[in-house]
Design a protein around this ligand. Structure first.
Ligand code: AMP
Length: 571
C-alpha cells in the first residue's frame, strides 16, 4: 500500500508567518514572557532578582549581557550531570557542540525540545516561501548531510553537534517527508562513522536516483562544493560500482555496506550514461545539471564565510538557482530566507519573532556604552551585534555575529549577515574582519583568472614572531602558478586591506610586509579532518579564516605544508 503523505500547507504557513511578523513587537513580549515563565525557577534567573517579572524592561534591568565564557561554569555543571534547574526549568538532557572553528575547539551549548521545534519552524517557513517560487515534485533530495558521533558526557548527557542532534531527532525525518525533501541516502549513510565513506555513498545514491532528485542541499554550502570536488576524483569508481552493482571495497562499515547493497543493482546503461556525461564536460562546468536533470535548485547556507565557495558552486550548477538557507547557530535560530529569488550575495533573513527574544547592540556608537535595542527598534542601514535569549537557557547571550538591517518584512527586521564580531587580523591600530579578508582574497585571486587558476581555500594568521609583526595569508591553489603572478597577488592582498589603521601602519613599517604562503594541495582537507577528529561534523564545518597562535595544531598543519612564500613589496 502506498503511504499517504501529509504535505505541509504552504499557504497556511505563509499566512501564519505574515500575521506573526505584522505583530512582531507583541509577539516578542509574549515570547519573552513564555521563556521566563518556563524557566523562572532556574538558578541563574533566580539569582538575578527578577522575582517573577517577565516584561522586557525588568528583564533588561536585572539580566546582564553575557558571552559564552560567562555561562561556561553553569553549562559545565549541566554537562557534568547536575540535575537541579541551572539554566532552564526542565533539565537539559542534550548538549550541542558548536563548530568552534573560531576558537579552535568546540563549545558546549544546551539543546532541548524547544530548540528542536524552533529549528523545524525555521525549516518549514523558508520551505513555504521557496516552494511557492520553485515548486518541486514529490521526488527526492540529495542532501549532503553528515552526523557526527553522539557521545555521552561525564554526567550522562547526550552530546553531538547541533546538526547531529537535529538529524537524529525523529521529527526531522517526518518534517523532511512533509516538505517533499526526503533524502535519497539511507540513514546508515548519514549516520555513518566516517564522513569520507558517507560522502562517497551520498554521491552513489544521488546517481542511482538521479532522475528523481529535485534539489541538492547541505547545511553549509561548503559541503556541496566539497562533494563535487570529490566527485571529480572518484567518478570512475562510482561508475564501476553502478556497472557491477557491487560497492567498492573502500566502504568498510558493515551497516553502510548492507544499506547500500539494498539499493545497488548492476546497471551498465546508467554507468555508460554517467561516463559519457563526465567525459563530455569541459572542466566540469555544469556538472550538477548533467548528473541530475530534474534538479530545480541548490540549497544551503551560502552567505558569510560560505561566500568564497559561490564561484565554484556556480561553475558546477551553471544557471540553476542557488538559494541560501536560513540563519542560525547552535545557540538558536534567528531568521528565515523568505526571498528565495534573490542571489546568495544579496540574501537576507527575516527574524522569526516567536523563536527567541532578540536584542541588537548598535555598532555605530562607542561599543562599551552602546545600549541594545529591541527587535522592532532597529534602524535600516545600521549594523548590530545579535543578542539571543532562547528557550534553551541562554539569556541576553552575545552571539558575536554582526548583521546589517536591510529593511522590514511587516514589522520584523530583515537582516544581512556581515561577519563575526571579533576582529581577525589586528597587530596595533589596524582592524580587519573576516569580510575584509574575504574581499582582499577575492581581489587578489582575480589576478589569477588569466592563468585559469583557482584559490581553493584560504586562511590567515598574525605573525608576531617577526619585528614588526605582519599578516600571513595561506592559499591552497589548483595547479602551478608562475612566481610573478603570485608576487603580484601578494602585493594585491597587501593593498586590498584598506583599513586606515593598516595602511598607515604599513607606510611607516609598524606592520611588516604581508606574506602570502602557498600550501600543498590537500592541506585544507587535513584541517577538515582535524576538526572532524575533534568531534565536529562536516555538516557544520567552516574553514577557520584566521588561525591564532593558541590554535597550534591547525597552525602547524598550515605551516608544515607551505611550498612557497612571497613577501609584499606594495609599500
Ligand atoms: P555553529 O557555531 O556551527 O553553530 O555556527 C553558527 C555560526 O555560523 C553563526 O553564529 C554564524 O556566524 C554562522 N552562520 C550561520 N548561519 C549563517 C548564515 N545564514 N549566513 C552566514 N553565516 C551564518
Amino acid at each position: 500500500m502506498i503511504e499517504k503523505m501529509e504535505l505541509l500547507d504552504v499557504d497556511k504557513l505563509i499566512e501564519e508567518f505574515e500575521s506573526m511578523t505584522k505583530d512582531a513587537g507583541n509577539v516578542q513580549r509574549e515570547t519573552l514572557k513564555k521563556i521566563l515563565e518556563e524557566n523562572g525557577c532556574a538558578e541563574y534567573l533566580q539569582n538575578l532578582g527578577l522575582n517573577g517579572k517577565t516584561d522586557p524592561e525588568s528583564f533588561k534591568a536585572c539580566v546582564p549581557l553575557v558571552t559564552h565564557n560567562d555561562l561556561q561554569p553553569y553549562i559545565q555543571r549541566i554537562v557534568d550531570g547536575s540535575s537541579s534547574p541551572i539554566l532552564t526549568g526542565k533539565p537539559i538532557t542534550t548538549i550541542s557542540l558548536s563548530s568552534g572553528t573560531t576558537q579552535g575547539k568546540p563549545k558546549f551549548v544546551p539543546f532541548n525540545d524547544e530548540l528542536m521545534e524552533t529549528t523545524l519552524q525555521i525549516y518549514r517557513t523558508s520551505y513555504a516561501f521557496r516552494t511557492r517560487e520553485f515548486p518541486i515534485e514529490n521526488g527526492k533530495a540529495l542532501q549532503l548531510i553528515y552526523s557526527s558521533k553522539q557521545s555521552k558526557t561525564k554526567g550522562g548527557l547526550i552530546a553531538g553537534t547541533a546538526t547531529t542532534n537535529v538529524f537524529r531527532n525523529s521529527q526531522f525525518k517526518n518534517t523532511m517527508k512533509a516538505m517533499q525533501s526526503q533524502y535519497c541516502s539511507p540513514d546508515e549513510v548519514i549516520f555513518g562513522p566516517d564522513f569520507h565513506q558517507s560522502l562517497y555513498c551520498h554521491l552513489l545514491c544521488g546517481l542511482i536516483f538521479r532522475e528523481e532528485i529535485q534539489f541538492i542541499s547541505s547545511t553549509f554550502s561548503h559541503s556541496i562544493v566539497h562533494a563535487f570536488r570529490t566527485f571529480e576524483q572518484v567518478w570512475e569508481e562510482l561508475c564501476a560500482d553502478i556497472r557491477e552493482g557491487v560497492l567498492t571495497s573502500r566502504i568498510t562499515f558493515p551497516s553502510v555496506r548492507s544499506a547500500m547493497a539494498k539499493l545497488l543493482k548492476p546497471n551498465p546503461e546508467l554507468a555508460d550514461l554517467i561516463q559519457k556525461k563526465c567525459l563530455g564536460l569541459n572542466n566540469w562546468y555544469g556538472l550538477i545539471l548533467e548528473l541530475f536533470p530534474n534538479v530545480k535548485y541548490i540549497y544551503g547556507i551560502m552567505t558569510g564565510s560560505m561566500e568564497p565557495y559561490l564561484k565554484k558552486l556556480r561553475h558546477y550548477a551553471r544557471d540553476l538557482p542557488l538559494i541560501s538557507a536560513d540563519y542560525g547557530s547552535s545557540e538558536g535560530w534567528i531568521g528565515a530566507n523568505v526571498n528565495p529569488n534573490v542571489p546568495p550575495e544579496l540574501a537576507t533573513y527575516v527574524v522569526l519573532p516567536n523563536i527567541g527574544y532578540f536584542e541588537f547592540i548598535p555598532l555605530k556608537e562607542n561599543v562599551e556604552e552602546a545600549k541594545p535595542v529591541g527587535l522592532t527598534e532597529v534602524k535600516v542601514g545600521e549594523e548590530y551585534e545579535v543578542i539571543i535569549t532562547s528557550f534553551a537557557g541562554l539569556y541576553r547571550y552575545r552571539l558575536g555575529d554582526v548583521v546589517k538591517i536591510t529593511g522590514f518584512h511587516n514589522l520584523s527586521p530583515e537582516l544581512k549577515f556581515i561577519c563575526r564580531r571579533n576582529l581577525m587580523l589586528t597587530i596595533n591600530i589596524d582592524k580587519n574582519t573576516e569580510k575584509d579578508l574575504q574581499l582582499a582574497v577575492e581581489a587578489a585571486s582575480k589576478l589569477n583568472t588569466e592563468e585559469k587558476l583557482e584559490v581553493l581555500d584560504f586562511s590567515s594568521h598574525v605573525d608576531l614572531s617577526t619585528n614588526p609583526g605582519h599578516y600571513v595569508i595561506f592559499w591552497e591553489i589548483s595547479g602551478e602558478v608562475r612566481d610573478e603572478v603570485l608576487e603580484e597577488c601578494c602585493n594585491c592582498l597587501d593593498r586590498s586591506f584598506v583599513d586606515a589603521g593598516y595602511v598607515s601602519s604599513r607606510k611607516i613599517n609598524a606592520i611588516g610586509p604581508l606574506e602570502l604562503r602557498v600550501v600543498q594541495r590537500g592541506t585544507f582537507q587535513k584541517i577538515l579532518d582535524h576538526y572532524v577528529g575533534l568531534g565536529a561534523a562536516l555538516s557544520q564545518f567552516k574553514t577557520p579564516r584566521c588561525v591564532g597562535s593558541t590554535n597550534n595544531e591547525v597552525l602547524q598543519i598550515l605551516c608544515n605544508n607551505v611550498v612557497k612564500s612571497y613577501f609584499s613589496t606594495a609599500f
